[in-house]
Design a binder for this molecule. Structure first.
Ligand code: CMC
Length: 427
């Protein structure tokens, strides 16, 4: 195989390096393209653009493969803890016993949030979306925890603070939004149980920790922990490329995740299924609307930029829907609606031709709802899960020898040069 790619343009031939990834995926290195040919590339939504080389996550959208640092998502979802997964993503390898113990101690030590931050929370208007609150509060962390001089220490402590405090802040925002007393983290509880306790414990009804519920949330977080160069991760990298502090970059990631086409889809799916249930909307009507090009409606929880087959995360979370619903002995009509909708959609020509299958968000909301989370918290839970991935990607970008500030070009299609017209001479 040649190690260059030839481009023919206006009678000239130009050669560009070919890059081949570990799994055989190929790319043309066009860093010198404009310099050599005067051309730039046009790729809205960056569907064909590799923005970096990365050692963190591998996805094969045609085969439905997802691996973190080489380890299949199925194995992590079955055997790993979320804490181990976070360590793996950020440090590049699974921790040994001493390392995981130290990591746990650090997360506990940093889990409290500056008391003064509570005043911020109190002043958000009632009904503010928790994603807006979370991104604001994460950005505000820089003011409460100013920068340390020693670079490595600053990075390590900021990473630990984020992993420990974002979870506490998320639970705090929920409690405060309901006008309830904040529940503080407990050193005797592990990461996920601690979060559930902060969310749901109350003086009138102590929260009873259930191992299956803890595991379901752990799996949800593991499945969301990284997904290579998605919208929010790209936001973290792009904003980080200006060399802002890590809090600001993560805050940008949280904002990007909020949208219904990205992390906000888990909330949008439950809202869509609830409407079907409450208003008795026939499912074929939903499918017809999704197919109608004049209608902006899209079937939430379906489709993906990379996966052209079933999202491997969706398979795992769908099983957890059944496990949890059986274990908790509840019935959720939304699960039945979701399964029926999936069955109709995957047999429909439009969905087959466009390779539209359920993505992770299609079933994840049912798991979160069964645990007791309100829909407005769903995307916050996605953000807690994605945090290790954002951190790992940010760290990788700061060490990247090919790093440059993100600054795409454009094709200008506006007016040609025209002169300024004084106000009194304008029509
Ligand atoms: N319902 C109906 N049609 C769809 C859908 C959908 N959910 N998704 C894609 N299509 C159509 C789309 O209109 C397009 O048709 P055409 O070529 O005729 O214009 C075709 O399928 C290809 O889709 P696309 O918009 O080019 O795909 P994309 O890669 O730009 O967008 C997506 C990916 C996830 C934004 C999109 O599939 C979507 O809007 N899905 C619904 C929202 C959703 O579930 N998002 C969660 C994604 S997974 C969690 C995460 O990682 O963020």
């Amino acid at each position: 195989m040649s190690d260059t790619v030839k481009v023919f343009f206006e009678g000239n031939t130009y050669e560009f390096p070919l890059i081949v990834g570990t799994e055989g995926e190929k790319a043309i290195d066009i860093q010198k393209m404009r310099q050599k040919t005067g051309l730039i590339t046009y790729d809205p939504g960056f569907g064909n653009t590799g923005s970096c080389k990365s050692t963190i996550t591998f996805m094969d959208g045609e085969k439905g493969i997802l691996r973190y640092r080489g380890i299949p998502i199925e194995q992590l979802a079955e055997k790993a803890s979320f804490k181990e997964t976070a360590y793996l993503l950020i440090n590049g390898m699974l921790p040994n016993q001493a390392e995981i113990n130290r990591f746990s101690v650090l997360l506990n030590d940093h889990s409290l949030v500056h008391e003064d931050m509570q005043h911020f929370y109190q002043n958000f208007p009632r009904g503010s979306h928790p994603m807006g609150i979370l991104s604001t509060m994460v950005n505000a962390l820089r003011s409460f925890y100013p920068e340390l001089k020693e670079v490595d220490e600053e990075i390590n402590i900021t990473v630990t603070r984020l992993l420990a405090k974002v979870r506490t802040m998320a639970a705090m925002s929920y409690k405060i939004s309901r006008g309830h007393k904040v529940v503080y983290p407990r050193a005797d509880l592990a990461y996920t149980a601690n979060f559930l306790n902060m969310m749901f414990d109350s003086p009138v009804k102590p929260y009873i920790i259930d191992d299956d519920v803890v595991r379901a949330l752990e799996v949800f977080w593991i499945l969301h922990a990284d997904h290579e160069q998605n919208c929010s991760t790209s936001a973290v990298r792009v904003v980080g490329s200006g060399r802002v502090n890590l809090y600001a970059a993560i805050s940008a990631g949280i904002s990007a995740l909020w949208g219904p086409l990205h992390g906000g889809a888990n909330q949008a799916v439950i809202e869509m299924l609830s409407q079907v249930h409450e208003k008795g909307i026939p499912l074929h009507r939903l499918i017809e609307r999704a197919k109608d090009k004049k209608d902006p409606f899209r079937l939430m929880g379906f489709g993906h930029r990379v996966y052209k087959t079933y999202d491997p995360r969706a398979k795992i979370i769908k099983e957890w829907c059944h496990t949890l619903i059986n274990k908790l002995n509840i019935s959720d009509p939304l699960l039945d609606i979701a399964m029926e909708l999936e069955e109709i959609a995957v047999r429909d020509d439009y969905f087959i031709e466009n390779h539209l299958y359920p993505n992770v968000d299609f079933y994840s909301g049912i798991v979160l709802k069964a645990i007791g989370f309100p829909t407005s918290m769903f995307t916050v839970l996605f953000a807690i899960g994605r945090l290790p991935g954002w951190i790992a990607q940010w760290k990788e970008s700061t060490d990247d020898p090919d790093w440059r500030i993100s600054r795409p070009r454009q094709i200008y299609v506006g007016k040609p040069r025209s002169d300024y017209i004084p106000l009194e001479e304008r029509d």
